[in-house]
Each structure stands twice: as C-alpha cells, then as structure tokens.
Design a protein around this ligand. Structure first.
Ligand code: UT7
Length: 382
C-alpha cells in the first residue's frame, strides 16, 4: 500500500466547510484522511503500491502478464493509469488497462485477473486500486468532502497448483441508481467551457445522495456476501475476516447486524484514511495482514459498493508463497535495475522521437532554402 504523507484531520476540514470533528466521527467514524501532494498522482501512488506488492510476492516486473488498475480518478482518459505504471515498472510483457467500477473496482479487477489465470490466459497479474479523490471533491460540499481520502493498494495474483485463491465472486450493477453518486466528465458535454451541467452537477466534481447510498450499501453488503458464500459452498461461520469497502462505520455496523455477526469480523481502518474508493479494500487488506488478521488457509471475504451503482463480493481462501531471503535479496537488486532501465528507456525513446521531429522540421526548410538559392542563382545569371 502507499498513502500520501499529508494528513488532513476533521478539525482541518472544519476550517474549510461548516462541520465539526464530533459530527464527522459520530456519523462516519472517520478521524483523518491522507491528501496527495502536488507531485503525487493516482499513477505515482499506484506505482509505489505496485513496487511494494512485487517486493512481497518477490517477482520481477517482466514476469507480469496483466496489470489492471481500478480507479475513478485517472489523470487521463488514455493513456490508462495501468499503462503508465506498466512502463515505469518495465513490465514489458504485460497487457494493461484501467477498470471503472467506482468503489467496487478492486473486487471486479481481482475477479477479472482470477478468471484469466483460471483459464490459463494469464500466469501473474498485478491488481492495483489507486485514487486521488481529493482532486474530484467539491470542497464546498460538506456532504462529500469530509468522507474521502487518497491512496493506493496492490496485490499480485499468480497461478498455483495449490487449491484456494478466489473461490467465488458476485459482481452486480444497477445503473438506475447512476444519479445517486457520480463524477461527470467532459464527455458529458461538448461545451468545454461549461462548468455546471443543467442538472446542477459540476464537471469533474463528485456529487452524491448520501442517504440513498447509505441505504443501498447497508442492504447489498450482507446480501452479496451471502451469495458469494453460497457459491463457494461456505457459510458466514467459515469466514475469518471480512475486508469491506471503507465508507462509513455505521454502514459496516448495519451490515454486521444483517449478517448477524460481531462487528469485529469486519476489518476497519476508515478512521485513518476515510473512503479511498477503489483503493480502500487493498489498503485495508494490507493492514489486516500486517496486523496478523489474515492467516494461511483462512477464508476471507471482500465486499465493495459504490457509484454505478455497483457492488461486488468475493470469497478467497488465503495462500501466499513464501520466498526465501536469498532470492528476495537478489530479486530486489534486479527489480531496482529494471526500474532504472525502464525510466531511462522511456526518457530516451521520447527524446529520440523529439529529435526526429526536430530534424524533420528542419529538413523541408533546408530544401526550401536550397530551392530559393537556386532561383536566386538562376535569376542572377539571367
Ligand atoms: O464509496 C461511496 C459510497 N458512499 C457512501 O457510502 C456514503 C454513504 N452515506 C453516508 O455515509 C452518509 O449519508 C453521510 C455521512 C454522507 C451523511 O450522514 P447522514 O447521517 O445520512 O446525514 P444527513 O445527510 O441525513 O444529514 C443530517 C444532518 C443534516 O442537517 P439537518 O437537515 O438535519 O439540519 C445535514 O445538513 O447533518 C447535516 N450535515 C452535516 N453537518 C455537519 C451533513 N453533512 C454534514 C457535515 N457536518 N459534514
């Protein structure tokens, strides 16, 4: 995982909009969130998380054959965030694309990769959830700007003969709720100078009907986890942990009530990061592993919900290869060399393209000059 260093507390927010630390804690459970610096982007945060995931999995970028970035805050429509990261990593044998399913995106992406591995198409896939929500927040809307934060998390999935991994997934969408939560972009109007659409939504800024999303989320978490458990042939009692999308503590409490389980079955870190959209589940997963809450052969569930509306649940049997220390050290050095090579390769390719352009621009001028000189010479002779 990778989060920006800058911490924004609830008190910091109360200097921007009419709110209080007390209100935010009581209604959401959030205490603080991380905000990207001017130099950080969705792609740079995603890259850091990706490099750490490759380190933990102890594999080289060249072994990857698929990179998916789940995000709602890419810098570009294209090139995708995944393509930027693929180039920076030097993962030259990987296909790369972004996946847009809002806060459910990470679970969708893991399922895409797991299916590709299961079919034999892919051997090693890198899945990243990365967001800079601070760039799409309307900082005058206290109903949304208090909720979100920036960050990234990543996992590596690899083919294995050991039974386990992704056992089941339930991916759903109800586009009739598309008006409840969204970020309209310039594609929604051909008049680039318009900032506010006829329905009052601002271009490039998030809008949300919090109450409706709250009800929807509280309902679908329990429902979809039960569906995923059914498909996996398991029951809620088999789960060691649920890693939910980190939106609101009250939503998690409602889901725990509907599943008739203790709230402690859910891993929660939204108090420190707020809602990081597609990044929230992988960030929470990393911290759950670090806290010793995920053990070999545990059954764990992921559940995401958000814009679309979309929602997704997944049951996983946890298993991770344990690389030995010597191979780790050697591969670490190789990875560093590959990252440096990838950096200079991209620079040199772009530089040589610019030089080519320059030469091509000068060449026709040189031809024109020569033609002019010939004309002058012939006219002087005459
Ligand atoms: O990942 C995407 C998924 N998104 C979500 O999961 C968000 C789901 N929704 C929520 O988390 C909650 O609906 C919110 C936290 C956004 C709002 O909580 P709520 O309990 O639904 O509050 P509300 O919107 O019903 O507002 C209650 C009161 C209102 O005042 P009045 O009308 O009762 O006088 C609001 O104007 O609280 C007021 N209010 C605030 N007060 C202080 C709303 N936002 C704030 C605020 N600070 N930031």
């Amino acid at each position: 995982m990778a989060v920006p260093e800058t911490v924004m507390t609830n008190d910091d927010l109360s200097a921007i909009v009419e709110t209080t630390d007390d209100w935010i804690r009581q209604r959401t459970g959030i205490r603080e969130r991380r905000i990207a610096s001017d130099k950080e982007t969705t792609a740079t945060l995603g890259l850091k998380a990706a490099q750490r995931a490759l380190e933990v999995a102890d594999i080289l970028p060249l072994e990857l054959d698929m990179i998916i970035v789940a995000t709602s805050t890419p810098e570009n429509v294209f090139p995708s965030t995944a393509s930027l990261i693929q180039s920076w990593l030097g993962a030259n044998k990987a296909g790369a694309f972004d996946l847009s399913a809002a806060c459910s995106g990470f679970v969708y992406a893991v399922d895409m990769a797991a299916q590709a591995i299961r079919s034999g198409r892919s051997q090693k896939a890198l899945i990243i959830g990365a967001e800079t929500m601070s760039r799409v927040l309307d900082w005058s809307d206290r109903g949304t700007c208090i909720l979100f934060g920036d960050g990234a998390g990543a996992v590596v999935l690899e083919a294995s003969s050991v039974e386990g991994g992704v056992l089941s997934a339930v991916l759903r969408s109800d586009g009739s709720g598309g008006d409840l939560l969204g970020i309209p972009t310039f594609g929604s109007t051909d008049m680039a100078e318009i900032e506010t659409l006829p329905n009052g939504h601002k271009l490039g800024k998030m809008h949300m009907n919090g109450g409706e999303v709250f009800k929807f989320a509280s309902r679908v978490i329990g429902e979809s986890i039960n569906q995923a458990l059914d498909i996996a042939g398991l029951t809620i009692k088999d789960l060691a942990l649920i890693v939910p999308h980190q939106a609101n503590l009250r939503i998690i409490a409602a889901a725990a009530r509907s599943l008739k389980v203790e709230e402690s079955l859910f891993y929660v870190n939204l108090d420190r990061y707020g809602n990081t959209s597609a990044a929230s589940i992988p960030i929470a997963l990393v911290e759950a592993i670090q806290a010793g809450r995920v053990k070999e052969n545990d059954h764990i569930a992921f559940v995401g919900f958000g814009g679309g509306l979309t929602w997704a649940s997944m049951v996983v049997k946890w298993g991770a290869p344990k690389p030995d220390d010597r191979s780790k050290m050697l591969n670490r050095q190789r990875r560093e060399a590959i990252y440096a090579f990838a950096f200079w390769r991209q620079r040199l390719i772009r530089l040589s393209r610019q030089l080519n352009d320059l030469v091509n621009r000068i060449r026709p001028n040189r031809g024109r000059l020569q033609r002019l000189r010939r004309r002058i010479d012939s006219e002087t002779l005459e």
